[in-house]
Design a protein around this ligand. Structure first.
Ligand code: IFM
Length: 448
């Protein structure tokens, strides 16, 4: 029985999300070029256990089966991303028709099943050839991205109405080019800042391209958000929280909202940022139709500059509950971030494009996968979404991350986020109990 907290406004969209490299496999089939994640995962020592996305969930071949499972859950919408090197194996130029056909068939299948496609152009699998030309830190990537957006929106724009340019540019730029934990594995702040600027510019330049090709398109971008709590009231910890907020939340949000790069961060990075050209910020702030919000956890910020002894005692304690990623379960953070986005920034519409949790799921002796912790995680976050809607935040839909267990980047297959369990040896899929519960929530919120 679904209680009244789970009755959402009419028209609210219920979906689940995936990303190309995490599920498709078939890394070198049907004319696909190499991506930075192919190169990275094939480099020893980069991914846990030496795992790669070569096969992943074999969704490339098994998508009809996955589509049937989406139907069984009752999803209204499916958020997926396009492998850029399947479409343009060298990043630009020659189009691989076979690559376009694959996504075209998926889109037709979704529409036949009454599932709305929400397409993300870029979820981290840059063509390796573009990386060889300098990758995101090089301005030439911007035009290449716009060509990619043009080819895709011409091919699928008659059927796909919801377009997201980028997923989590923070991760592409800083985790890929500064921390080096993701492809291409560089550790250079200047590169990361250049990458972040060119990602934003590519987004801003692609928005009108998509709109020109897709009548009635809804175009947006997805950012990852994490509220920051100072570990103590000390000045140092409060500064650390403000810095982390600037880095993770404001660095992308402010330019998109037409406020330019946050001044405190520009000063703090101490970089010349010579790559910012006149008019770039105007392009970046081209109005969007929706903002995608990915939310998993909050962060407790503790200054590194002040020794534990000098610092005030930690007061913002993480609670005891953590997911398998070691991330604190903190549903209030979603409510806080939604309120902030609405009242301080005022985007016309918001979708929760990712929210979910990794746990150690196991197949029981009866062949079922019972995942009460994930169910509870999603339930408590949905309650917060509902409360945010009650105070006026225009949240239009929710996408669980993820439709199915998949390749969790540098963690390989060691973390399971899916509503659907995947046995990576046999490729057998099993709906977890959270998927069945989610299906009940969806049917209690029928579209008509
Ligand atoms: O798996 C990722 C996804 O690709 C982007 N957002 C966070 C998820 C969990 O780490």
């Amino acid at each position: 029985m679904i209680d009244k907290n789970f009755i959402f406004p009419k028209g609210f969209i219920w979906g689940a999300a995936t990303a190309s490299y995490q599920i498709e496999g078939a890394w070198d089939e049907e004319g696909k070029g190499e991506s930075i994640w192919d190169r990275f995962s094939h480099t020893p020592g980069k991914v846990y256990n030496g795992d790669t996305g070569d096969v992943a969930c074999d969704h490339f071949h098994r998508w009809p089966e996955d589509l049937a499972l989406m139907k069984e859950i009752g999803l209204h919408a499916y958020r997926f991303s396009i492998a850029w090197p399947r479409i343009l194996p060298a990043g630009r130029g020659q189009v691989n028709q076979a690559g376009l056909d694959i996504y075209s068939r998926l889109v037709d299948g979704l529409l036949e099943a009454d599932i709305e496609p929400y397409l993300t152009l870029y979820h981290w699998d840059l063509p390796q050839q573009l990386q060889d030309e300098g990758g995101w830190p090089a301005r030439t990537v911007v035009d290449a991205f716009c060509d990619f957006a043009d080819v895709l929106s011409r091919a699928l724009g008659d059927r796909v109405k919801y377009w997201t340019t980028l997923n989590e540019p923070f991760v592409s730029a800083f985790v890929g080019y500064e921390e080096g934990r993701h492809a291409p594995g560089h550790t250079d702040l200047h590169e990361a800042l250049g990458a972040s600027h060119h990602l934003l510019l590519a987004h801003g330049q692609a928005v009108p391209v998509i709109r020109a090709n897709v009548p009635g398109a809804k175009v947006g971008i997805t950012l990852n958000f994490s509220p920051q709590a100072a570990a103590s009231p000390s000045v140092a910890d409060r500064d650390a929280a403000n810095w982390a907020d600037g880095h993770i939340n404001r660095w992308f949000l402010d330019p998109l909202a037409g406020r330019g790069y946050p001044g405190d961060m520009v000063k703090g990075f101490g970089d010349e940022m010579e790559f910012v050209q006149p008019a770039d910020l105007e392009t970046i702030s081209t109005p969007i139709d929706f903002l995608g919000v990915n939310y998993y956890t909050r962060n407790i910020a503790r200054s590194k500059d002040v020794g534990e002894k000098e610092n005030a005692p930690v007061t913002a304690h993480p609670n005891e509950e953590h997911t398998e990623m070691g991330w604190e379960v903190y549903p209030d953070g979603l409510y806080n971030i939604l309120g902030r986005l609405h009242f301080e920034y005022g985007f016309p519409a918001i979708y929760i494009t990712e929210n979910g949790a990794a746990y150690k799921d196991q197949v029981g002796p009866d062949g079922r996968v019972d995942d009460p912790a994930r169910l509870s995680y999603i339930k408590r976050h949905l309650e917060k979404v509902s409360q945010a809607i009650d105070i006026g935040v225009p949240v239009k839909g929710y996408f669980a991350w993820s439709l199915m267990d998949n390749f969790e980047w540098a963690f390989g297959y060691s973390k399971r986020f899916g509503l659907i369990y995947v046995d990576f040896e046999t490729q057998k899929r099993i709906l977890k109990s959270s998927a069945k519960w989610y299906g009940q929530v969806i049917s209690a919120n029928a579209l008509d």
